[in-house]
Each structure stands twice: as C-alpha cells, then as structure tokens.
Design a protein around this ligand. Structure first.
Ligand SMILES: [Zn+2]
Length: 142
C-alpha cells in the first residue's frame, strides 16, 4: 500500500543523507556551486548568496552559516601566493614600488573575486557533509 504520490522539488532525485556522499564528491559539488546532496540544484543565488532551498532535491540551507570561513581561507591562500610572488619579483628584478602596487593590488582583488565563490561553496558542502543540515541553527548562529 502506498500513500499519495509526492510532488514538488526532489521527487525525481534520490533522497540521500550527508553520510552517503563522499568527501571528494561534496568538495567538487561545492567548487561547481551545486547542491552538496544531489549535485543538480544551484547553491548560489547571485554571486555569494546561498539559496534557501535546493531547487532539485529540496535540501534546505537555512541551517548553514559558514560565517567568515571561506574568507579566511581565501585570505591565507592569496596572502601566501601574492607575498611569495612579490618577494620573488623583488629579488629577481627590483622593480619600482609603483609597479609592485600596480601588479599585486589587482592580483589580490581579482584572486579574491575568483576564489571566494568556490571557497564558500566548498565550505557549505563540507558543513553539509559533516554536520546535519536538518538541525536548526544553534543559538548565536554557531
Ligand atoms: Zn539538491
């Protein structure tokens, strides 16, 4: 005996738990900006805003608050790369300071804009994988 047929988002997508998706799988889904559970629905509405619910499987993202995690990751990666590159250029060519500013300012800005979205996607995906999205937000948003 079966109940009424389900309707709405997620009816054609198998409902899996967070533990059913491999860590590598959720990382790639996060990098692509896709839902960490089904890999089909978009994770972002705009550049960095997380959607309320996956359009394909209905997974809610209301319990996710990644805070500054992705930003800190991007700062560390860009800081290491840009400072290393600046030091290497300085040691090899000794360019004037204005050229350093002209090179590394746009490099930091462009790198941040390029890396922030995939980093946030991976952060949300890993949070989904290792912490249930069904649990309500904790007091204080932690
Ligand atoms: Zn989904």
């Amino acid at each position: 005996m079966s109940g009424p047929s389900p309707s709405g988002p997620g009816t054609d997508v198998p409902q899996t738990g967070a533990g059913d998706v491999t860590v590598t799988g959720v990382i790639f889904r996060g990098l692509r900006g896709r839902c960490p559970r089904c890999g089909r629905g978009a994770l972002f509405d705009g550049y960095l805003r997380i959607v309320d619910r996956c359009s394909a499987c209905g997974l809610g993202f209301g319990g996710h608050d990644v805070g500054d995690g992705a930003i800190v990751f991007v700062i560390f990666v860009l800081g290491f790369a840009v400072v290393g590159a600046a030091l290497a250029v300085e040691l090899a060519y000794q360019p004037p300071l204005w050229l350093h500013a002209a090179l590394w300012g746009p490099a930091v800005l462009g790198g941040a804009l390029l890396l922030l979205r995939p980093a946030k996607g991976v952060t949300v995906a890993l949070q989904y994988r290792f912490r249930s999205t069904e649990e309500p937000p904790r007091p204080g948003g932690i």
